[in-house]
Design a protein around this ligand. Structure first.
Ligand code: KIV
Length: 274
């Protein structure tokens, strides 16, 4: 069987070693969010090697207006569903706001729940040097950690909104954070909403893969929230490219179903049991 990373047939799950090897080969790869078994299966069969159960579930699944309210107990069943729905993808669980910031011990307790109760293969957390003790403790305990820099939505109230990060001198700080996270053992780092030239510098300076979202074309991987990509989000951010129009398709199908029910056109004999 091939062990090719992106879209490759494989009889096993993708691992963090595969992602490291892809960076060495200069191979780019896609990552998507997933929150349920059916979409996880579709994306897995499409060859997406990494599925992120993002805390973006707060908005796209639970209808909150930021990622802050979502809890570990709300994300655990979504993560378990994505693991059950996929066979090849590495499934990364996002640690929600308030579930890891307090201490390394809290981070380890939360990560252990995602791995034991949901079967996650790795976790993601937001922040730079301030979360190094957490990253070190998780890695020492055998938990692969994906880091997240730039626009970190759990800090939206400190950042003053969803805006581009890392311009000017802040770029040097982000670079220092990225290097420290790599040293602490993170296996990859998400760069969200940062200038493309900064993302390129970080990508060439690190030996671990960078995963961009609104970070230009030079990162090793790209991630999008699937509802943005497929046209379910009414006003997606500038960095989103639409690859589908599911919002319109679902609306059309729901209206056609309603019309058939009210007119009596559905169900017919072919949908009935004798
Ligand atoms: O929660 C999420 O979906 C994320 C991605 C956008 C990287 O953190």
């Amino acid at each position: 069987m091939s062990t090719k990373l992106y879209g490759g047939v494989s009889g096993r799950r993708v691992t963090v070693r595969d992602l490291a090897a892809a960076k060495e080969r200069g191979e780019r790869w896609p990552m998507l969010t997933a929150y349920d078994a059916m979409t996880a299966r579709v994306f897995d069969e499409a060859g997406i090697p990494v599925l992120l159960v993002g805390d973006s579930a707060a908005m796209v699944v639970y209808g909150y207006d930021s990622t802050l309210p979502v809890t570990v107990d709300e994300l655990l069943p979504l993560t378990a569903a994505v693991v059950r729905g996929s066979r090849r993808a590495l499934v990364v669980a996002d640690l929600p706001f308030g579930s890891y910031q307090a201490s390394a011990a809290q981070a380890l307790e939360t990560a252990a729940r995602f791995m034991k109760e949901a079967g996650a293969h790795a976790v993601k957390l937001e922040g730079g040097r301030r979360v190094l003790p957490q990253v070190e403790a998780l890695v020492a305990a055998g938990v692969p950690v994906m880091a997240h820099l730039g626009l970190t939505p759990q800090s939206v109230n400190v950042l003053g909104g969803y805006r581009v990060q890392g311009r000017g001198q802040a770029g040097d700080e982000l670079m220092a954070d990225a290097k420290d996270l790599e040293r602490a053992g993170a296996f990859a780092v998400v760069l969200e909403c940062v200038p493309a030239d900064l993302a390129e510098r970080v990508t060439t300076s690190l030996s671990i893969p960078t995963i961009g979202i609104g970070a230009g074309a030079a990162t090793d991987a790209q991630v999008l929230v699937w509802q943005d990509l497929m046209g379910l989000t009414p006003q997606p951010a500038k960095f989103v490219k639409r690859y589908g129009d599911l919002g319109a398709d679902l609306g059309r199908a729901a209206r056609a179903f309603a019309s058939d029910v009210t007119s009596g056109a559905f169900p017919t004999g072919e949908h009935a049991y004798g």
